[in-house]
Design a binder for this molecule. Structure first.
Ligand SMILES: [Zn+2]
Length: 324
């Protein structure tokens, strides 16, 4: 799933109101930093927040949010704003290359065309390699007066300290379930039960849950969950089940396997039942943490490797053996 990226109508999700107020106070007090680093887990609205900030900084009219009507807003919507730059990995690359950064810095040195400021969005900032980050550092050390850089990342730890220390950090976190459920109910119009299931499948991420509600992927999550329940004590069914699951998006699949394992670990710790397992099932806890770690590791690897059905089979066999 991708968070809303690029330009377009600005969305301030309710759980980001505080961050927006902070940003507006800084603008009104003329104390906005030249570089902002928006960080936090995936699916919480960081990109939408960055887009709204960029639009507001460029808008020629608005006091509160970008007006959506002025020349700047229209150009931004049409992805043709001459004072707006967005850096992201191009073509099939996963890296923001040094030439892209240098090219952008060259343009930032020019005077503005339409807006009072120039805005550069770097998304995801952790896609910069060492050379790219070094090239950007110069801009951060000697910012031009009318430029604001907005860096967005799920993974701030992978950015050089020299970059992070020169940015004003805005840490976005996942909203509480109550806030997320209310927003999902209002925005999707779906019944509370479905919304709650989607949020569970999304591990608490409201935007991922919204995506699940609008796609068949919630059914895929249920397929994983129900399959895990059936597999317990039936290792012979692993082969058929792994073949089915191997058709799913591997990143989602491993996230769900990790989450389901996490549900069981939590249940063993708290004594509360897992709502998708038979009430009388008894599981050991020794290998579960290891299984969860393995699922997380496989999720990270799945972005770069070919799908590993053997890895999946191995994992499922060990899951099937969890029953006491
Ligand atoms: Zn405007």
């Amino acid at each position: 799933m991708n968070e809303t990226a690029g330009t377009g109508a600005a969305v301030i999700y309710p759980w980001l109101d505080g961050h927006w107020s902070f940003f507006m106070r800084r603008i009104n007090d003329d104390r906005l930093a030249h570089a902002l680093l928006i960080q936090g887990p995936s699916g919480c609205g960081k990109n939408a927040l960055a887009d709204a900030m960029a639009a507001r900084l460029l808008c020629c009219e608005s006091e509160a949010q970008a007006c959506g009507k002025c020349r700047s807003c229209k150009l931004l919507e049409g992805q043709a704003h001459p004072d707006y730059f967005r850096l992201h990995p191009e073509d099939d690359s996963v890296v923001i290359k040094v030439d892209q950064v240098r090219d952008m810095i060259g343009k930032l040195d020019l005077t503005t065309s339409i807006s009072f400021r120039k805005v550069a969005l770097i998304q995801p900032a952790d896609a910069m390699n060492g050379a790219s980050a070094n090239a950007l550092l110069k801009s951060l050390e000697e910012p031009s007066g009318d430029t604001v850089l907005i860096l967005v990342t799920d993974n701030p730890g992978s950015l050089p300290v020299t970059i992070r220390s020169r940015c004003q950090t805005i840490s976005v976190s996942q909203p509480g379930d109550e806030v997320a459920l209310e927003w999902l109910k209002d925005s999707s119009g779906r019944p509370a039960g479905e919304v709650s299931e989607a949020l569970q499948a999304a591990g608490g991420s409201p935007l991922r849950a919204a995506h699940y509600l609008a796609s068949p992927e919630l059914d895929a999550y249920k397929q994983v969950r129900d399959g895990l329940s059936i597999l317990l004590g039936r290792p012979a069914a692993v082969s058929m089940f792994s073949h089915q699951l191997n058709q799913l998006n591997p990143v989602d699949l491993w996230r769900w396997l990790s989450m389901c394992t996490g549900d069981v670990i939590k249940s063993l710790m708290t004594g509360s039942p897992v709502n998708w397992l038979p009430a009388d099932v008894q599981l050991g806890d020794k290998a579960l943490l290891k299984l969860q770690r393995q699922a997380d590791e496989n999720r990270r690897l799945s972005a770069t490797q070919v799908r590993g059905e053997l890895l999946l089979q191995d994992w499922l066999i060990r899951w099937a053996e969890q029953i006491i």
